[in-house]
Design a protein around this ligand. Structure first.
Ligand SMILES: Nc1ncnc2c1ncn2[C@@H]1O[C@H](COP(=O)(O)OP(=O)(O)OP(=O)(O)O)[C@@H](O)[C@H]1O
Ligand SMILES: [Mg+2]
Length: 284
């Protein structure tokens, strides 16, 4: 029987073993060696978290609590010192095209045009131009860069560059998108446009997204679930489920008393973690 089995007692169909979480950290710790024999840093201490297929989870917390380290473990840029990190139930070994990463500073090749940057992945993978070209043109339209395809990145504003980076990440149809404060350097209006673009793309593709931010409003606007992290050592200290994240719009968001109450709670949690982190500073 496909995907279900009959329970002997009741004779009803029950689902077979559920699909593993898309992203799963189990007691993952990360210790970085100290520089020149200095004290090592325990960046993550037995962090466990799960992200389900198609879910958008935000990691929120004070500077240095290990948010980027979590992302780097899932991306395969780092390996855990102990514990495990799996995607689709398989241990993450190395970076792979099914896990795209978008950083705070758009990582575009300065010598390539916008279009060549966007199509870099498929071209390197040997995808024929007749396949990737229409896709690239669709993304260029979607991100509002029509007319700028032949421009070099240094001719674009920061927001335009970040849009190109998002299209480059998206064109490979990644099943997992890892975003490390991707909109932090943008002005408020561009940030909002980018957030709406991200939610729109995600609705179309069902991509699983792990998103790092410092910004409580951004987390509430985007996330299905927020994981608050604390530092020294980095760990997850609270989990907040955000109601009705589908078809969000920013005005409705600001008018929603449930979300605004949640916002107060999240701000309090983050402030508390920041206060604790500050109290642990050697010179505080
Ligand atoms: N490659 C590395 N070598 C040594 N220590 C590191 C390395 N990467 C991170 N760390 C340390 O691990 C801890 C967590 O760093 P991480 O960059 O994950 O924090 P973060 O939450 O992303 O901070 P921010 O919000 O400032 O970006 C910090 O104390 C940092 O100094
Ligand atoms: Mg970081």
């Amino acid at each position: 029987m496909d995907g279900a089995r009959l329970t002997a007692a009741e004779g009803i169909a029950a689902p077979a073993s559920p699909a593993p979480p898309k992203i799963h950290l189990r007691d993952a710790s990360k210790r970085f060696a100290g520089l020149r024999g200095g004290t090592p840093t325990l960046a993550l201490d037995r962090v466990s978290l799960e992200v389900a297929e198609g879910e958008l989870v935000c990691l929120l917390g004070p500077s240095g609590c290990g948010k980027s380290t979590v992302l780097n473990l899932v991306a395969g840029f780092e390996t855990p010192s102990s514990g495990s990190v799996t995607v689709d139930g398989r241990p993450v070994g190395a970076p792979g095209p099914e896990r795209a990463v978008v950083f705070q500073q758009p990582q575009l090749f300065p010598w390539l045009s916008v279009l060549d940057n966007i199509t870099f992945g498929p071209r390197m993978a040997g995808v024929p131009e007749r396949v990737y070209r229409p896709e690239a043109e669709r993304y260029v339209r979607l991100i509002g860069l029509t007319g700028f395809e032949r421009h070099a990145p240094y001719h674009l504003s920061g927001g335009m560059r970040q849009r190109a980076a998002l299209a480059r990440a998206w064109i490979g149809n990644p099943r997992v998108l890892l975003m490390d404060e991707p909109f932090a350097a943008l002005d408020a209006q561009t940030r909002l446009t980018m957030q709406e673009l991200l939610l729109g793309l995600r609705r179309q593709t069902g991509t699983t997204i792990l998103f790092v931010t410092h910004d409580v409003d951004e987390a509430l606007f985007l996330a299905d679930r927020i994981l608050v992290m604390g530092s020294r050592p980095g760990r997850v200290t609270a989990e907040i489920r955000v109601p009705s994240s589908d078809a969000r719009d920013v005005d409705g968001f600001l008018d929603d008393p449930v979300l605004m109450a949640l916002r107060r709670d999240v701000v309090r949690l983050v402030r508390e973690e920041a206060r604790k982190a500050h109290a642990h500073q050697p010179n505080s």
